[in-house]
Ligand binder design. Structure first.
Ligand code: PLP
Length: 381
């Protein structure tokens, strides 16, 4: 358990809640989930499932109708043929990541991932007695791995490479041709590529292509949490190479038996055109928020060399404003009631120079947040 770090932001959140209980107004820019409620058609499908009495265990890999719906989604959105047999429905993409790593990581095996990156992954690798090899990335390589970086960090113990595109915390998109090159290097060396596409659907300035197009032996992870606004339903999926599906099924049967039933029936409405129309409108709201917050942060002295192309995060350099981003985050919360996530939650590489802003609040709230941060910085000068 020594290798498993807590989320520092949870401590900040606890402090924020305490301040709120005392009557302080807190602006939450630390929360990595959409502020939009789950679209109505999804909720209604969930309610219908409950009323029908669909409250039992389902197959460990998910209900066949949803596996088929996900497969159709790949054809409709990306023009890629995927057999429903390769689609495994999971309890959030968190469980998909655990299942994928579970079937790939033997004790001592290495997994290459980015620093900064989504922190749970290195802890899951640790739990499996593998070794997460954090590759430092920054604006110089668009905060993503490259084929060259993968080559450089590959050892005879490397089993897998994990990329997330767009990434948490940077929102950076991995260029598709680079993704193909990474897939080639990984497969030449007998390893496996895992592509976390949980923020697909929340991409603002580019066309997105799925890792499934790059090669058949890739694991693609996705979720109903972010784009589909279903964080609390705990539902995700993965598309795995056929040879691994039975292994994943065994593991899922043992770890959680089945993904949540009502959530799966609800999610059948997630791909309906009326739902997608709601979600795409919300994506535009996120874009507007990004386009508001980014220039404001730059104006205040935060450094963000590249415009984040997706997700709902801005990973901002605060070197010019503070010596240590963790202290900065604590002081900002205490003094002005603005909660942000310190870089230390995403790794060790220059973590004390960054904070993450989640633009998961309305423009009015963001505007108030910016005013408070401006006041805080002016006082510190
Ligand atoms: C990159 C990334 N992957 C996976 C997850 C896990 O999300 P969930 O289990 O809700 O699908 C998150 C959550 O923030 C994330 O940022």
């Amino acid at each position: 358990m020594h290798g498993i770090a807590p989320f520092h932001v949870m401590e900040l959140l606890a402090q924020a809640r305490m301040l709120e209980a005392e009557g302080r107004s807190i602006i939450h820019l630390e929360i990595g989930e959409p502020d939009f409620a789950t679209p109505r058609p999804i909720c209604e499908a969930g309610i219908r499932a409950l009323e029908r009495g669909d409250t039992f265990y389902t197959p460990a890999t998910g209900v066949p109708e949803l596996r088929e719906a996900v497969a159709r989604f790949y054809q409709g959105r990306y023009g890629v043929d995927v057999s429903p047999d390769r689609v495994v429905i999971t309890s959030g993409s968190s469980a998909a990541l655990l299942m994928a790593l579970g079937v790939l990581v033997d004790p001592g095996a290495e997994v290459l991932l980015t620093d900064p990156g989504y922190p749970a992954n290195r802890h899951l690798v640790r739990l499996l007695n593998g070794e997460a090899v954090s590759v430092p990335v920054d604006a110089g390589c668009n905060c993503q791995l490259s084929a060259e970086l993968v080559r450089r960090h590959w050892t005879e113990r490397t089993a897998a490479v994990l990329v997330a595109t767009p990434s948490n915390p940077t929102g950076a998109l991995l260029d598709y041709s680079e993704l193909v090159s990474i897939a080639e290097v990984v497969s030449e060396r007998g390893g496996t590529l895992i592509v976390d596409e949980i923020y697909h659907g929340l991409v603002y300035d580019a066309e997105v292509r799925t890792g499934l197009e790059a090669c058949d032996s890739v694991f693609v992870i996705n979720s109903f949490s972010k784009y589909f606004n279903m964080t609390g339903w705990r539902l995700g999926w993965m598309v795995a190479p056929m040879a691994y599906v039975r292994e994943i099924e065994k593991l899922a049967q043992n770890v959680y038996l089945s993904p949540p039933a009502a959530a799966q029936y609800a999610a059948l409405a997630a791909f309906a055109p009326e739902t997608i129309a709601i979600l795409d409108e919300r994506r535009e709201a996120f874009r507007t928020r990004r386009d508001f917050l980014l220039p404001e942060l730059r104006r205040l002295g935060f450094e963000v060399p590249q415009t984040p192309q997706g997700a709902f995060y801005i990973y901002a350099g605060c070197r010019k404003l503070a010596d240590d981003s963790l202290r900065f985050a604590h002081a900002l919360l205490q003094e002005e009631g603005v909660a942000v996530t310190p870089g230390i939650d995403f790794g060790a590489h220059r973590a004390d120079e960054y904070v993450r802003f989640a633009y998961t609040r309305s423009i009015e709230v963001l505007r108030e947040g910016v005013a408070r941060i401006e006041r805080f910085i002016a006082r510190a000068r």
